[in-house]
Design a protein around this ligand. Structure first.
Ligand SMILES: NC(=O)c1ccc[n+]([C@@H]2O[C@H](COP(=O)([O-])OP(=O)(O)OC[C@H]3O[C@@H](n4cnc5c(N)ncnc54)[C@H](O)[C@@H]3O)[C@@H](O)[C@H]2O)c1
Length: 239
């Protein structure tokens, strides 16, 4: 199937230097989008504008989007994927770690969506995809607890997508969230055990599988899908 609505559009991906985000960036680029990455530790990616920014820092976000708009134009497609994992038993969960996880995983998508959505509204067209997590649905995902801060941040980020969907549907802007579990990236390498047996399909997800879903939700074909939290978890959580 040919994917319409990507070629020639400006797409921004937060957390696009590595992992799932990187795969989304390369997929957008290969489909002909003009792509910008916003990442704390940006990497040079062929044919892509990389901007250094901390998504939880309002001034960084403003400066990054101003540069993207100046170099590429206002984004119509935004995948907000920058995120960090933190595991800690609740009784030992430091407040500073709780705040950092919420800052990056929840305030980050808020700041970026707030910055980008006005241009989409004015254009009468936009697509926002926030990368949540199955942990935000069932409290831990297929990796066992303790994930209190992470799970709470992801639940908030997925609710944010729903709220944006309701507010901006009349303006041609859709907003959806993804709820992956156990995708084979650098983030997984921070977990000590192997959790493949918890996944009915018997393997971890591939970053490209998440990228294909995110890019589809950003395409012209997905204009009637908004406010959804889309599971991508190998059958781990069927709800
Ligand atoms: N890998 C999984 O199993 C899995 C499962 C569910 C959800 N997710 C979510 O998918 C997203 C991508 O995860 P991944 O596995 O590709 O992780 P990753 O660690 O491979 O990549 C995350 C990227 O985000 C960037 N980043 C981190 N903090 C940032 C900040 N403050 N500002 C800007 N950039 C920042 C990093 O530099 C990195 O490039 C995350 O939101 C993660 O929570 C991942």
């Amino acid at each position: 199937m040919q994917l319409d609505g990507i070629e020639g559009r400006v797409a921004v991906v937060t957390g696009g230097a590595r992992g799932i985000g990187r795969c989304i960036v390369e997929t957008f680029r290969d489909l002909g989008a003009n792509v910008a990455v916003l990442d704390l530790e940006p990497e040079e990616i062929d044919g892509v504008l990389s901007v250094a920014a901390d998504v939880s820092d309002e001034a960084d976000v403003e400066a990054a989007f101003a540069e993207i708009e100046q170099r590429l134009g206002p984004p119509q497609l935004a995948v907000l994927g920058a995120g960090i994992l933190h595991k800690a038993p609740l009784e030992q969960h430091a407040l500073a770690d709780w705040q950092r996880v919420l800052d990056v995983n929840l305030t980050g998508p808020f700041l970026c969506a707030r910055r980008v959505v006005g241009g989409m509204r004015e254009a009468g067209y936009g697509r926002i995809v926030i990368i949540g997590s199955s942990a935000g649905i069932d409290g831990a995902g297929a990796a066992p607890p303790p994930l209190a801060g992470y799970a709470a941040s992801k639940a908030g980020a997925m609710a944010l997508a729903k709220s944006i969907a309701r507010e901006y549907a009349p303006f041609g802007v859709t907003a959806n969230a993804l709820a992956p579990t156990l995708i084979d990236t650098g983030m997984l390498s921070t977990l000590s055990d192997d959790f493949r047996s918890a996944i009915p399909v018997g393997r971890y997800g591939r970053p490209q599988e998440v990228a294909d879903l995110a890019v589809f939700l950003c395409s012209a074909h997905a204009g009637y899908i908004t406010g959804e939290v889309v599971d991508i978890n190998g059958g781990y959580l069927i709800d």
